[in-house]
Design a protein around this ligand. Structure first.
Ligand code: NAD
Length: 405
């Protein structure tokens, strides 16, 4: 247990002491390599920004294969207690064991702590190889609903008793006839959960002076789930933030009257996948349902260098877990060659979330400088046809860059 105090929550606000205990899960595969890198970089960023006035004590939380070997459980009760005490934690990737009835640890964590917003900022770092012509136009942040939609796990195999009952119910009650070989999945989308994710996206846009929030949905086809998400999203914008937002329609009719307001617009998901390629610069903050968000955030990351550098976080009203968005890359485990950028940029999101913005900025600038100078790990060096740095060497470069500023 940490000796420094934990973050407190008062009236739904975080109170972050200057000397604070933060939880971390190393993760499986390359997890330990990239976690060591992340901790080194964060400690340096804090030391340089606050010269000893602030610091983090890192509390190790066991989960995944390491926990299973010791306790026979991938996510022991004690680890959940620690995550709860720490309020804010950061995690490396965890293996999802393949086996019947095993729920992904990530999904379990999201549900246990009601981390309803999956937040994925995507922007370009000059020097990173990209498959598009103008990757510098990309600067978006996705707020993906994390708890409902087709991910709620309400589904039945085609030949199960449950599927049979549901098919029977649909047939007798609604005259909807499905053949016996039909599996069933349910897509729940609620007003409360739609509005709280859109609210989070709008709050972010306001706090960070962003230009627009786009609601991405497939409401033309799924009217009462995806379409409702869009309608509830517009409603929350006008009811809670009416004085600082304007709809795209209103804005287009009279741009001068609404200058400085955040534009709220919506796009149908399939069109959005074109727009992110053809009109990249026109999109900013995105709020969307779970499945759309899953596809969209990986497609966005691919435009600017892929999952190895894209950070992410799962955030609720109180708790937050910051994470590398990629998996455990088992073939690189323990070889000191993985790219730690995803987890390092997630730690910058964490510092921002804690209000330690100076440290976050110096960390991001140091990463930017590495890429600008083409100092990269093997995943990107291979594409650029240059000599790669090891994970630990790349980490030292980031720390060196911070010290120079
Ligand atoms: P993966 O992200 O581990 O790997 C995909 C590809 O990207 C591989 O070629 C890998 O070598 C490479 N890669 C990923 N991260 C890298 C990095 N930081 N540096 C260099 N190369 C990197 O995805 P996968 O292979 O589908 O999954 C492997 C395991 O990870 C599975 O058990 C899966 O369940 C788990 N997983 C966990 C999370 C998470 O904890 N958030 C997310 C995705 C997958």
């Amino acid at each position: 247990m940490g000796h420094m105090p934990y973050i407190k929550v008062e009236n739904n606000h975080l109170v972050v002491p200057n000397k604070v205990t933060i939880g971390y899960i190393e993760g499986d595969g390359i997890g330990p390599d990239i976690t060591t890198a992340m901790i080194d970089v964060v400690n340096s960023a804090i030391e340089i920004a606050y010269e000893g006035d602030r610091s983090i004590e890192w509390e190790k939380i066991e989960a995944g294969e390491e926990a299973y070997e010791k306790n026979g459980k991938h996510l022991p009760e004690e680890s959940l207690d620690q995550l709860s005490r720490c309020v804010i934690s950061i995690k490396g990737p965890l293996t999802t064991p393949i086996g019947k009835g095993f729920r992904s640890l990530n999904v379990t964590l999201r549900q246990h702590f009601d981390l309803y917003a999956n937040v994925r900022p995507v922007k370009y770092f000059p020097g990173v190889p990209s498959p598009v012509k103008n990757p510098e136009n990309m600067n978006m942040i996705v707020f993906r609903e994390n708890t409902e939609d087709l991910y709620a796990g309400i589904e039945w195999k085609y030949d199960s008793e449950e599927a049979k009952k549901v098919r029977n119910f649909l047939s007798t009650q609604f005259g909807v006839n499905l053949t016996d070989d039909t599996g069933i999945g349910i897509k729940p989308i609620s007003k409360f959960k739609s509005q709280r994710i859109v609210r989070k996206a709008l709050e972010y846009a306001i706090d960070n002076k962003r230009r627009s929030v786009t609601l991405v949905h497939k409401g033309n086809i799924m009217k009462y789930t995806e379409g409702a998400f869009k309608d509830w999203g517009y409603a929350v914008a006008s009811e809670m933030f009416g004085d600082i937002t304007v709809t795209e329609d209103e804005y287009t009719q009279n741009p001068d009257a609404f200058s400085g307001k955040i534009i709220v617009k919506d796009r149908i998901a399939d069109n959005m996948f074109q727009q992110i390629l053809t009109r990249t610069a026109e999109y900013d903050v995105i709020a969307t349902t779970n499945l759309n968000g899953d596809y969209l955030s990986d497609a966005l990351a691919a435009q600017v260098g892929g999952l190895g550098i894209a950070p992410g976080a799962n955030i609720g009203d109180i708790y937050a877990i910051f994470e590398a968005v990629h998996g455990t890359a088992p073939k690189y485990a323990g070889m000191d060659i993985a790219n730690p950028t995803s987890l390092i940029l997630s730690s910058a999101m964490m510092l921002n979330h804690m209000g330690w913005k100076e440290a976050a900025t110096s960390l991001e600038n140091a990463v930017t400088k590495c890429y600008a100078e083409q100092k990269v790990t093997q995943d990107l060096a291979r594409i650029l046809n240059i000599k790669p740095l090891k994970c630990s060497e790349f980490t030292m470069e980031i720390v060196k860059n911070m010290k120079k500023n």
